[in-house]
Structure formats: structure tokens, C-alpha cells
Design a binder for this molecule. Structure first.
Ligand SMILES: C[S@@+](CC[C@H](N)C(=O)[O-])C[C@H]1O[C@@H](n2cnc3c(N)ncnc32)[C@H](O)[C@@H]1O
Length: 493
């Protein structure tokens, strides 16, 4: 890139509403093909705030919130209803495995080794630590990648609904592994652009994605998958640049400058350090950005799920606020202790490569399809998803002891799907005032129009409950609020 080209591009962006790349030749000492100008300037589009379309017409890209009206959201929700890995991602992974392990990777000795590694990786993973020798990246792709790819799009949808996605974004994927989050994000943005096109909404995107990862094998895989993907799938309304990953432990990486969205997906649990240290690392990385959205995601198992809430609390002590899923309904902030709460989004369709490795014997050991995850969306500006606050007519959950065996009214967030069965529905509830676990319990025969709003509540949404009976569950050191046919449950919009 000659400085002459860059400064001319800067000048044209600031002085013209629109210009054609060919016009640059009027001012240059030598003539360039438009295609060459495009390729040379492309890595700088983000910093130049420039968008050039496929006919090489360029204009300044104004950063603004991505439209998220009801129709757009409805279309996207429909797309995410039956989640599956897009075919081109599936093929990308299939051919990566084939290149690494040979054409017959799913048969014979190679398949045996891969299966053995999937099981080992699962066991290590649940203990919250995982090493990644070479084969591990392949088993990760086979077993973990599909679910994590699909579940992340629900969080992006939440950000879109909340106005936290904009036309020009710098995104950082921390602990990027083989590129799950980067690829999922690009795919989501492509889906969104296709919805905009269908609805006749003119939106151009300028996106820059950086990543930090400590293991070289994962970086190699990340680079290969993302560059192959982008070389075949460019959207005409998007300029998406994926930069070379930073090879470093996240604790030692420099703060990321000017990021809008920083994602730690399934990485903090791999750090052996205590929660305060994890929070310090997240805070340090985010400190170079004015007001980024920081997204923490972990698996739903007891250990990792509870650990995330404690790290969340440590980050709150460092000035972050929780956008979602927690709502501190009385303004008081909980300790984050003993909180096992996760979101469930059903099952993904089994990708072909997963089915191939699962084979016919004990296939269930190699199939991973259910989306259950713990997450926190954090901000520095106090933005919250739910602005609702409880008032005097409700009891705080911290006062349940003195209401034992009485009927009370509460305002709570629903912090789980049904943890019971079809005979008894059980939901974790929280109002941010206590670390003692509390549950709303409805026997199926009491379910009716008065109380069904509890069963229909989305994860993290708020309901007002009128007339629930307080019971103590000594065995589990928790409280149950018993809901019968006379109890009224009202959703808070
Ligand atoms: C479970 S994988 C998650 C990959 C991807 N983010 C996802 O959600 O699928 C964890 C990744 O974080 C990386 N990792 C673990 N500890 C790290 C650290 N301290 N700094 C940077 N990367 C780390 C691992 O090498 C691995 O690639």
C-alpha cells in the first residue's frame, strides 16, 4: 500500500458523499485497475470508514444501530428455530478433517483414535481444564464446534434486539480455538443481511474481527477455516475482515483498542487462575475500549456455570454492569455465589461429520446436540436489558424465611427452563436479593390460564407472581414457591 493511495482514499471519503474507485486515477502518479485498488484498500476499509460495493462505488459508512424491527426479528427467529450448521460450514470442516486425517478418517484406526480422543476431551473438559495437542482440534471440530456455533447466534440475536449491534463493528474473539465464534458471527451477519435485502432495507456492514489464542494448532485451523470461508462467501453488502490471530495467553495480551464486542466463549473456565484473576484479565483486555459489550459464555454444567457467575460478580466489582441475563430487581446486587443457571435452546440437527464419527456402536457418546449454556453480557455504561424494578407490594426472596407456609407475591426473573418433569414443572427464580436457591414449582394438574405465563417465560424474563405458597426444602437448602390453580402469574413486558 502506498501512502499516496491511503491519503487519497482518506481525502475522498471526507470530501465526497460517494465516489468510484476509478476516479482515484485522476489524482495518482500511475494508473491502477479498479480491482487492484479495491484489494489494496480493503484491509483499510474499516479504519477509513469506507464501504465499496462490488461495482467499486464507494461511500462513507456511517456507524448506526442495526435495524431490529419486529419483522426482521421474526424472520431471524424463524431461521434459528431449527438450528443446524450451514452446509458450507459443514463441508469446510469435513474437508479440513479429510486434509488432516485422510479420506477415510471415519473408519478403521483413525476413527478409533478420534473417538478415543473425543471421550478424553469430554472428560478433561468437564473438569474445567483441557490441553490441546494436535489431534484435539479435530475432535473439537467433530464434537463441540457445531453446538457452540449454533448457540452463539441466539446471543447475537439478543444483542441485535437490544440495539447493541451496529453497522461498523470491531469484534474480538478471545480464546478463539478453531474459529467457532468468528464463523458463527459472520454467518449470522450474512443471515441478517439476507433478511434486510428481502425487506428492502439498505444496510452496509463494515466489520473487523480480531482474535487472541494461545495454541498454535488452533490458530492454524482458525486461519485456514476463516480464510477459506471468506474466499468463497463474500456478501455484497458487507466488508468483513478477519485479521491474523494474536498468538498469546489472554492474560498477557495487550488491551484491545476500540473494540465494540469482546467475546470470551468457553475460555475462562480453562484458566487455572482464581476468579478474581480471570476478572482482572477480562478487565485488562477490555480497558483499551471505550464501552464494549463483553460477552462471557461457558458450558451449563454445575462447575463451569457457577464459576461464570462468580467471575461476573468479580467484574461487577471492577465497574462492569450486567446487561443480561440477570436483572437486579430491587437494585441490590447478589454475591453470585451458589448460582447454577443456564439457558436451553433445544437440539441442533446432527451434522454429517458427527454422524460419521458416531458410527453405530454407542453412537450417543459421540453425538453432541443440545444447546445448554451459561452466559453474561456485560457493559460499562450501566445499560440493562430489563429496566423493570420491583416495588413495595412484592416480597424480596431474601425474606422468604419469615414468610414460610404463607402465600406471598413476588417479582422475579425466570432463570431456567423446566428443571422438573411433565408431572411437576420446576423453574429457578431470582430477584437478585439472595444467594439461596429459589424455585417456582407447579404441579401439572394446577397449570391453567392464571399461571401458564411461568411456563411460557423466556430465559431471563420477568414475571410477577401473586399468591404463591412458601416452602423450605431442607434437603437442598433452598426455597420453593408453590404455585396452584389460584396463583396468578403475569409476564412483565
Ligand atoms: C473450549 S475452546 C473454545 C473455543 C471457542 N471460543 C469456542 O467457543 O468454541 C478454548 C480455547 O481457548 C484457548 N485458551 C485456553 N486458555 C487460554 C488463555 N489463557 N489464553 C488464550 N487462549 C486460551 C484454548 O487453546 C482453546 O482454543
Amino acid at each position: 500500500m502506498t501512502p499516496e493511495l491511503l491519503s487519497l482514499a482518506k481525502f475522498l471519503v471526507s470530501s465526497r458523499a460517494e465516489f468510484a474507485l476509478s476516479e482515484m486515477n485522476q489524482y495518482l502518479s500511475r494508473r491502477y485497475e479498479e480491482k487492484d485498488l479495491y484489494e489494496t484498500l480493503k484491509p483499510h476499509f474499516f479504519d477509513l470508514e469506507l464501504f465499496c460495493d462490488t461495482r467499486y462505488n464507494c461511500r462513507k459508512l456511517i456507524n448506526r444501530q442495526l435495524p431490529a424491527d419486529e419483522q426482521v426479528i421474526h424472520e431471524l427467529e424463524e431461521m434459528l428455530k431449527a438450528p443446524w450448521l450451514p452446509l458450507y460450514i459443514e463441508k469446510l470442516i469435513d474437508s479440513y478433517i479429510e486434509r488432516s486425517c485422510g479420506k477415510d478418517w471415519h473408519t478403521g484406526e483413525t476413527a478409533r483414535i478420534l473417538r478415543e480422543n473425543i471421550v478424553k476431551q469430554k472428560e478433561e473438559y468437564w473438569r474445567g481444564s483441557s490441553k490441546y495437542p494436535k489431534l484435539r482440534v479435530i475432535t473439537y471440530l467433530l464434537y463441540h464446534f457445531p453446538v457452540y456455533f449454533c448457540q452463539f447466534q441466539y446471543l447475537l440475536l439478543d444483542l441485535l434486539k437490544g440495539g447493541l449491534l451496529t453497522t461498523k463493528m470491531s469484534i474480538v474473539d478471545v480464546g478463539s480455538g478453531p474459529g467457532t465464534i468468528t464463523l458463527s458471527t459472520i454467518d449470522f451477519l450474512h443471515k441478517l443481511l439476507s433478511v434486510y435485502s428481502k425487506k428492502g432495507i439498505d444496510i452496509k456492514l463494515n466489520i473487523k474481527i480480531d482474535s487472541i489464542e494461545k495454541v498454535q494448532e488452533n490458530i492454524d485451523c482458525y486461519k485456514e477455516l476463516t480464510s477459506l470461508y471468506l474466499s468463497k462467501h463474500q456478501h455484497e453488502n458487507a466488508s468483513i475482515i478477519v485479521n491474523k490471530p494474536v498468538n498469546s495467553p489472554l492474560e498477557k495480551a495487550q488491551p484491545v483498542v476500540g473494540a465494540d464486542l469482546i467475546i470470551f466463549s468457553n475460555v475462562l473456565a480453562e484458566m487455572s487462575s482464581p476468579h478474581a484473576e480471570r476478572a482482572r484479565a477480562v478487565e485488562k483486555l477490555s480497558s483499551g475500549s471505550l464501552n464494549p459489550t463483553v460477552l462471557l459464555v461457558e458450558p451449563a454444567d454445575l462447575v463451569n456455570s457457577k464459576a461464570l457467575r462468580i467471575t461476573q460478580q468479580a467484574l461487577m466489582n471492577r465497574g462492569f454492569t450486567v446487561y443480561s441475563p440477570c436483572t437486579f430487581l430491587w437494585g441490590a446486587v447478589c454475591t453470585g455465589g451458589d448460582c447454577w443457571s443456564f439457558r436451553e435452546e433445544g437440539n441442533i440437527r446432527v451434522p454429517d461429520f458427527m454422524r460419521k464419527i458416531a458410527g453405530n456402536e454407542e453412537a450417543y457418546r459421540y453425538l453432541n446436540t443440545d444447546m445448554k449454556f451459561t452466559y453474561a453480557i456485560l457493559r460499562k455504561d450501566g445499560a440493562v436489558k430489563q429496566k423493570y424494578r420491583a416495588k413495595g407490594k412484592f416480597a424480596r426472596l431474601s425474606t422468604l424465611k419469615k414468610h414460610l407456609k404463607k402465600r406471598i407475591n413476588v417479582a422475579v426473573s425466570v432463570m431456567s427452563g423446566n428443571l422438573g418433569d411433565e408431572k411437576t414443572f420446576v423453574f429457578k427464580i431470582c430477584d437478585g436479593t439472595t444467594s439461596v436457591p429459589c424455585y417456582a414449582v407447579i404441579p401439572a394438574y394446577h397449570k391453567n390460564d392464571n399461571n401458564k405465563a411461568l411456563l411460557e417465560a423466556n430465559y431471563g424474563s420477568i414475571v410477577e407472581i401473586f399468591g404463591a405458597l412458601v416452602r423450605e426444602n431442607e434437603e437442598f437448602s433452598s426455597y420453593n414457591l408453590l404455585i396452584n390453580r389460584n396463583t396468578i402469574v403475569e409476564p412483565v413486558k
